[in-house]
Design a protein around this ligand. Structure first.
Ligand code: ADP
Ligand code: ADP
Length: 239
């Protein structure tokens, strides 16, 4: 079964429809890149995938479950907040803005969710946090606070923080768009390594080079629908 399977997904903010029937899927271990103009609904779709926005039509199955609804007695019922929370624990999300806790060290940022959300003993969580920081090349910076780190380093902490919950699926929403150009590559390198480790990833990005080199599939969004989808090498002309 696909990790993500969307069919005809619709979503509106109030009266404004933003997704007009998105068809999309991701197989286990696939790196799926999404490209498209600003405002085409890429971010909204990612937010639907991890249940941050409600799907208002069509079907969206993620990790084997219909997101947000349970079918019982032939009727759909919305999930409880608790069920959403449990569901989201299996999905790591990395945003354009790093959203780290400013008053915590890198290590504390990474260990926070395992301790407070998953109930892991603090010693164990801190031990694992060191490993996850090493995985993104920041073992030596574990005790620094965000303001002592570059934007690229902060984003790598954000990736380590998402990995700390041992997710089955990682979502990236323009993870390098807020970075100075010279800091982009160090973040893309970490993502490439994750991909090679077999992580299932959906990556909204403007980095065509990354999409071509690392992506297994490439999907173009425009005005709330998928307008093209295929192998990156076929869709991106060599430059
Ligand atoms: P993209 O990620 O492709 O730039 P978005 O999903 O962010 O696109 O936005 C799609 C459309 O939805 C845009 O027109 C945007 O202004 C609108 N939109 C996004 N978030 C909200 C929101 N919270 N409330 C109302 N409209 C929104
Ligand atoms: P992105 O393109 O990465 O989605 P945006 O700058 O479009 O970023 O949006 C930043 C934030 O503002 C998001 O949380 C989005 O949901 C919200 N937003 C975007 N457009 C609108 C809108 N028209 N009304 C209300 N909130 C919006």
């Amino acid at each position: 079964e696909p990790v993500v399977a969307a069919r005809g997904v619709r979503m509106s903010y109030g009266d404004t429809q933003v997704l007009h029937g998105v068809d999309f899927s991701v197989a286990p271990g696939e790196v799926s890149c999404i490209i498209g103009p600003s405002g085409s609904g890429k971010s909204t779709f990612l937010r639907c995938v991890n249940g941050l926005e409600p799907v208002l039509g069509g079907s969206l199955r993620v990790l084997g479950e219909e997101v947000g609804y349970t079918l019982r007695d032939g009727k759909y019922r919305l999930w409880s907040p608790k069920r959403f929370a449990t569901f989201r624990m299996r999905i790591g999300m990395v945003f354009q803005r790093f959203n780290l806790f400013a008053h915590q060290t890198a290590l504390e940022n990474v260990a926070c969710a395992p301790i407070h959300v998953a109930g892991m003993p603090a010693d164990k969580a801190r031990e694992l946090a060191v490993e996850h920081l090493a995985q993104v090349g920041l073992a030596e910076h574990a005790h620094k606070r965000p303001h002592q780190l570059s934007g690229g380093q902060q984003q790598r902490v954000a990736i380590a923080r998402a990995l700390a919950m041992n997710p089955t699926l990682m979502l990236f929403d323009e993870p390098t768009s807020a970075l100075d150009p010279e800091l982009v590559d160090e973040v893309l390198e970490v993502m490439k390594k994750l991909a090679l480790d077999g992580m299932t990833m959906v990556v909204v990005t403007h980095e065509i080079g990354f999409a071509r080199e690392v992506g297994d599939t490439l999907t173009f969004f425009d005005e709330g629908v998928v307008v093209e989808r295929g192998a990156p090498a076929e869709l991106i002309a060599d430059c």
